[in-house]
Design a protein around this ligand. Structure first.
Ligand code: AMP
Ligand code: MG
Length: 395
């Protein structure tokens, strides 16, 4: 059997970051920056007031209280500024440019708030409440490096340096295609031998949570030809495809039967539990990566976390590797098969303990939904006594 690490390494060696494209800022949230963003001007571009108050000369307010005539009123956005001469004050608002002559700002709270003249009760030295030009960023300075994940604040600074469009690696478009003759769309009645399709919902959501765009295709039954037709139809909009089901050792394994002969997708046994049967490769002219995951709901989700999530991160242009783990102390004894890495479903508590949930079968989706972590048991460990330190992956 192939190791979990070797399987992930093969996958990461195959997938590539998506080609950059230029997007309007409104569409760039959740993408990855593919250029260096620099500031064409200093930020702030000019000295401006940090508070509502009065711009004065510090020398004029050395002795307080003092009353000064107010010779002008400057709001944010004002461009016609009268210089502040000796003994004068200018009423100034937050963000407004500091007029020539003034070297400090007195907050309105320290004054009587007058508009014709103002009485200042408290003194301060030069430079009070003034935001200096270039204090945030100098002209020409790099504000964001390539590879930065673009969230709200990153979008803000791109706009803040005056950019309308930006070069990014887009969010990968990922089609999720569940297979199984037994599957029924949730909301419709079940016939004998049928179950509601859940994997396509889990996997599409997991794709979106990773920062890619998930498209849930209509499920197909167990006919390899029908599967290939649906795959063909979906490939036009896919940067990657995830399938569920139809990859095991039984009969009626449409994914394996359809993709196996292509020669570009390998079906292997990976030394893990749940999720041993795994398919991975590329399909179509554009060599679109395809992840053929097992059908058991827990297996498919665990496989997503271990293999697909890192691959999608790499496609996004983000650092990609095995899921991060942390150490916890297990409450209760664990068992694990020899030679396979186990990912047991557990509840991680804030005190650093983790307890396995009841129901560790790979079909036990409700148990998975009650868990918040996977407890990792290494290949060569078969028994873990209560109290042992274990590695866990947060879900
Ligand atoms: P398979 O990998 O196709 O052999 O399926 C393994 C098990 O997972 C079977 O019990 C299937 O009924 C179940 N299964 C397969 N696909 C889904 C799905 N989309 N939603 C829920 N269960 C599924
Ligand atoms: Mg099946």
């Amino acid at each position: 059997m192939k190791s979990v690490d070797a399987h992930l390494a093969d996958i990461l060696a195959t997938v590539r970051p998506l080609a950059p494209l230029e997007l309007e800022l409104e569409r760039a949230l959740g993408t990855t920056l593919a250029e260096e963003v620099t500031a064409p001007l200093p930020l702030p571009p000019f000295d401006n007031s940090a508070m509502d108050g009065y711009a004065v000369r510090a020398a004029d307010i050395a002795e307080v209280p003092v009353t000064l005539p107010v010779i002008d009123d400057v709001a944010a956005g004002s461009d016609e500024l009268r210089a502040v001469g000796p003994g004068h004050a200018v009423r100034i608002m937050t963000g407004a440019p500091v007029p020539a002559g003034a070297d400090t700002v007195v907050p309105v709270e320290w004054t009587d708030g007058g508009t014709a003249s103002v009485t200042i009760e408290r003194t301060t030295g030069p430079g009070n409440a003034i935001r200096r030009a270039g204090e945030d960023v100098q002209a020409g300075e790099v504000v964001l490096a390539p590879g930065t994940a673009i969230g709200p604040a990153q979008l803000g600074i791109i706009a803040g340096v005056g950019r309308r469009r930006v070069w990014v690696r887009p969010r990968p478009r990922v089609v999720v295609l569940a297979t199984g003759a037994e599957l029924v769309e949730p909301g419709l009645p079940l016939g004998p031998g049928q179950i509601w399709d859940s994997n396509s919902f889990t996997l599409t959501a997991a794709v979106r949570e990773t920062g890619a765009e998930g498209f849930r295709a209509d499920t197909v039954g167990d006919d390899p030809a029908a599967f290939l037709d649906q795959l063909d139809a979906q490939l036009v909009r896919a940067d990657a495809v995830i399938t569920s089901g139809g990859v095991s050792m039984g009969a009626y394994e449409p994914v394996k039967e359809a993709l196996g002969p292509l020669g570009t997708v390998r079906f292997e046994k990976v030394a893990m539990q749940p999720g041993m049967p795994q398919g991975f490769g590329v399909v179509g002219e554009d060599r679109v990566p395809i992840f053929a995951l097992p059908g058991n709901p827990v297996s498919s989700y665990v496989s997503f976390m271990l293999f697909v999530r890192p691959a999608l991160r790499k496609m996004c242009g983000l650092p990609a590797g095995p899921p991060e783990t942390e150490t916890a102390h297990v409450i209760g004894a664990l068992r694990s098969p020899q030679g396979r890495r186990s990912f047991l479903r557990g509840t991680l508590a804030s005190d650093g303990t983790v307890s396995p949930v009841r129901g560790q079968g790979s079909h036990q989706l409700a148990a998975l939904a009650s868990a918040n972590a996977l407890i990792v048991v290494p290949e060569d460990v078969t028994e873990v006594p209560s109290g042992t330190a274990v590695e866990v992956i947060r879900l």
